[in-house]
Design a protein around this ligand. Structure first.
Ligand code: PAF
Length: 276
């Protein structure tokens, strides 16, 4: 596995892999890798492309009061996990490379970036879109893989790639879950044992609402489920039925509908979503 810490090393590595494999895949990450990330790398490798992963904790997507300094870091563990999955190259840029002195350009996405995480974390998707555009320009992959766990992020990146006519395909990969249904996340490690035991209730609630949606009255069902989660100690930020690609709220289950939620449990903000 090639390790690139400078743009020169990255260019040389990507050129070599492209010569060998023909196609390049990219899995952008912020490290602290779990089974969800490993599934993204596997999807890239199984597609036949030489698969690169980037590890960069992107300061631009963290708000002033968010957990940038607390974000878990484990470079040695991440490199071992990537190598085990057949990753061909790891790109480890530093902040000065990603955000050169005097930088004056960021990417703002509207549409799917509005509402939900967009409201809860102002500036977050500007940070995500900007760093992804830079990573795509540096690695020039044919495909990039993102988890469906961050459903809104996946739609924002797809919209940006379509709007900027970037020459790559964005591939969404199904959420990887713990056996009890909790969606894998680097932040799950901050749950206390009691919170960890309670956390799967969020996914169970999504599944139970999804099953009952055909009975009608989604608004009442969502309000009732939000209250029930509150009684169990979740601070629900949103629990909504949306059109999958645009994230616009909807009042009935159409084929592209998605149930999305964000809820705080202790200090951890849990995200989950399912198709309905
Ligand atoms: O999902 C993440 O880990 C990050 O938002 C991403 C896509 C790597 C951009 O920093």
């Amino acid at each position: 596995m090639l390790i690139a810490r400078s743009l020169a090393e990255l260019r040389e590595g990507c050129a070599r892999l492209r010569r060998q494999a023909g196609a390049l895949a990219l899995v952008p990450t912020m490290g602290a890798l779990h089974a969800g990330h490993r599934a993204l790398v596997r999807a890239g490798v199984e597609s036949g492309a030489a698969t690169a992963a980037s590890i960069f904790v992107n300061p631009l997507q963290f708000g002033a009061h968010e957990d940038l300094s607390r974000y878990p870091r484990d470079e040695a563990g991440d490199l071992a996990a990537l190598e085990a999955e057949g990753c061909a190259l790891v790109w480890l840029p530093d902040v000065a490379t990603m955000y050169p002195a005097g930088e004056a350009t960021t990417i703002t996405v509207s549409g799917p970036a509005e509402r939900w995480e967009g409201d809860a974390r102002p500036g977050h998707f500007r940070g995500v879109a900007t760093v992804c555009a830079k990573l795509f320009g540096q690695v020039r992959p044919d495909r990039a893989y993102f988890g469906e766990k961050d459903w809104q992020q996946l739609q924002v990146v797809k919209r940006m790639v379509a709007d900027l006519l970037l020459p790559l395909e964005i591939v969404g990969v199904e959420t990887v879950r713990e056996p009890d249904g909790l969606a894998m996340s680097s932040r799950n490690r901050f749950l206390t044992p009691a919170e960890r035991a309670k956390a799967p209730v969020l996914n169970r609630t999504l599944r139970s609402v999804a099953e009952r949606l055909r009975e009608g009255a989604p608004a009442a069902m969502l309000a009732e489920a939000t209250e029930a989660l509150g009684r169990q100690g979740f601070e629900v930020n949103y629990l909504a039925l949306v059109d999958g690609p645009s994230l616009a709220p909807i009042d009935r289950a159409i084929p592209a509908a998605r149930l999305i939620t964000a809820a705080r449990l202790g200090t951890v903000r849990l995200l989950d979503n399912i198709g309905v």
